[in-house]
Ligand binder design. Structure first.
Ligand code: ADP
Length: 392
């Protein structure tokens, strides 16, 4: 009997042992599954976090997120670059990070505002910058405050372009007004009685004629420059012989050269062919040779030369032996309406746009322009063009 109970107990124990082992295995399995799930979850969070960071860091705008206490919880790379702060600033205040009271004040105003706040911030630099700041309060579904987000747009380039446009319009108006007022003055003088004086009539009509020509030239140059600038002029490059192109321009300008007794020398080797639009090439050469005649030495020498810079690039040079260009003006002569000597340019009938047209026309061919000058040693303008492609 005792043996019977002993066997029963043994069977009972074996059954319990097996169930207990099974439960333990199941528990271990579940724990392993839970650990796996949790690892997967952590990986997914990491992945999303990384994606979010990559996304925010690829934004052009700077982004800063603040918690309810005004401390930074997130800042993207653009914000760090704009204000020169590092990731260590996370947890710090906005003022510590951006060091601009206006921005901190803007964020402080958000507490009572529901709208997106807008502010233009000028940073002294260097380099000076203009930023547009948009700030918005972050609220949860119940409308309870949850910190703030600030977005910084860099408007510097836009403002520079706007400034350049305004300056350009002011310059154009000024340039148009000068000949117009001279034409108007001459016409009024004629109407006021000078029409009865044959000598005065001739002189005043010449003024009207000369300044009407100047207006036409200015408008032609402005339109051409606008088209070159916007890429609306389609160039048709073709193999162009540089020596004969130079000779044609010399022919066109021979009277002007003779008037100042300037000798024109064509030192371009024959056989040198550039891949260039013939009209634009003539224009570039014409503007540079004309300048050399206008601003070079009376009775001096103007030389056009050319050489191969590489297998695919030709450099053309236009050099005079006049007074040259002061060092501080060299970087500016290709700007629209920039003149070293305004009175002299106007007296010579210049529009102030010749070199800007040269630059754009050369760039339209993929070339570059540059100028070299030593005061008193003349000026040398160089531009590059592609070598003509064989068989074209
Ligand atoms: P402009 O119509 O006044 O000639 P450009 O754009 O052709 O306008 O030239 C800009 C300025 O560059 C000129 O006003 C002149 O002061 C200077 N410049 C251009 N070419 C020469 C040169 N060969 N020698 C000296 N100064 C020059």
């Amino acid at each position: 009997m005792t043996a019977f109970f002993a066997i029963l107990a043994a069977i009972g124990f074996a059954a319990w042992w097996s169930t207990a082992r099974k439960r333990k295995a199941e528990a271990q399995h579940m724990a392993a599954e839970a650990a796996k799930l949790s690892a997967l979850h952590a990986e997914a969070i990491d992945h999303h976090q990384h994606r979010l960071e990559t996304l925010l860091d690829s934004m052009i705008e700077g982004l800063v997120v603040l918690d309810v206490n005004g401390r930074i919880t997130l800042a993207n790379r653009a914000a760090e670059t704009l204000f020169g702060f590092s990731r260590q600033m996370i947890g710090g205040t906005l003022l510590e990070a951006v060091r601009h009271h206006e921005v901190a004040a803007l964020a402080a105003r958000l507490g009572s505002e529901t709208a997106i706040l807008d502010h233009e911030l000028r940073i002294e630099g260097p380099p000076p910058r203009v930023l547009q700041v948009n700030a918005v309060a972050l609220r949860d579904g119940a409308g309870i405050g949850g910190g703030a987000m600030l977005v910084f747009h860099d408007l510097t380039r836009l403002r520079e372009l706007e400034g350049a446009r305004q300056e350009f319009v002011a310059n154009v108006s000024h340039e148009l007004r000068t000949p117009l007022s001279l034409i108007k003055g001459a016409a009024e003088t004629l109407l006021d009685g000078a029409k009865n004086d044959p000598g005065a009539v001739e002189r005043l009509l010449q003024i009207i004629d000369r300044h009407a020509d100047r207006l036409t030239l200015l408008i032609d140059d402005l339109l051409l420059l606008a088209k070159l600038d916007s890429g609306r002029i389609v160039i048709h490059p073709e193999p162009s012989a540089l020596r004969s192109a130079t000779q044609e321009v010399f022919g066109d300008l021979s009277k002007r050269a003779a008037a100042r007794n300037v000798r024109l020398e064509n030192a371009v080797p024959s056989g040198l062919m550039a891949q260039a639009d013939p009209d634009r090439l003539r224009q570039v050469l014409s503007n540079l040779v004309d300048n050399g005649i206008k601003y070079g030495k009376a009775g001096g020498l103007l030389t056009v030369s050319a050489r191969l810079l590489s297998e695919s690039v030709i450099e053309v040079g236009v050099k005079d032996d006049g007074p040259g260009i002061p060092q501080d003006a060299l970087a500016r002569v290709f700007e629209r309406f920039y003149r070293v000597d305004k009175a002299r340019s106007r007296e010579q009938g210049g529009t102030g746009l010749g070199l800007a047209i040269v630059k754009h026309a050369v760039q339209a061919h993929g070339g570059e322009v540059r100028v070299e000058s030593e005061p008193g040693q003349g000026a040398a303008f160089y531009f590059t063009l592609p070598v003509a492609k064989p068989g074209q």
